[in-house]
Design a protein around this ligand. Sequence first.
Ligand SMILES: [Ca+2]
Length: 325
Amino acid sequence: MANLRVGPRLTRVQQKARDKGNRDRRLWQKTYTPGGFLLRAREVFGKTELQLAALALKVDRLRMEGLVPELRAVSAGKFVMGKDSSPLLQPDNLPVGEITISRPFDIGRYEVTNREFEVFVRLRGYENEEYWSAEGRVWKKEQSSDITGPKWWETGEHNSGPNSPHYPVVGVTYYEAEAYCNWLSRVTRQKFRIPTEAEGEWAAREIDGREFPWGNEWDPSKVASGTRGSQPVSFHPEGGSHFGAEDLSGNVREWRSDWYNAKGYDPKALVDPQGPPAGMANLYKVVRGGSMLNTDRDSFTTYRRACSRPQDRNYYSGFRVVREK
Ligand SMILES: [Ca+2]
């Protein structure tokens, strides 16, 4: 009988190597979904985050984008921040001043989603202290049990957790949002952070000083409002801003990096304002945009301010990122 075997005879060692190569290829194909790649690579190959980051960047930079929230470009520019002629005048909206945003930046098209935040959680971002500010580490230590994810992450309440991938992440303190940005910066070697109040208002308001991100007319159909729970982030594209960021008003309210001063803005801080310095009895961070719990138009104006303690975890609060250029 003729020998029907095709190809050279493989030694046992070569067969093992071939089988392992096939397994790795299958695994690679299976896990090559955005974000999923890093998760599986860590679980299966036991690589550190920095090794993974280097690998991901080397292998395919474009696919890495799946890890990064979708972004929209925002130009530098000047705009009038604050409001002095609202029927419901808020003293914290004063003084009105022309603000310069000196550098263009990118802003998240949407609020950060559970799906995006899940990568941070599963890569043990909560356990890795280097992503956390000193205040964030203190907050974690003060909790009665170890914090390994946002509030309601495990139970799935309030559209939280991995079973609600396209909903905004909620139940995160300012510190958790900040740690996520630090982690994302480390993994991508780019600079991500929480927007300043001025950056967020500029991204929503643009040069024409509009009342709402989409224009001057109040239209509740353009905003996630008056619902008991949050909505998936892509539900209101018609409510997007000039720069293409959506849900800047409504859905979940969003952390800003500035400390809040109820007496208003610093009249001298006119170029890239950062808010009042820490340590001046500031207990609250700025939050912006109103949430799905609100129904009145004023909550959704581009200039309306609100505040929250940085350690607060609410089901109507989340955040979005900016990326520096
Ligand atoms: Ca929002």
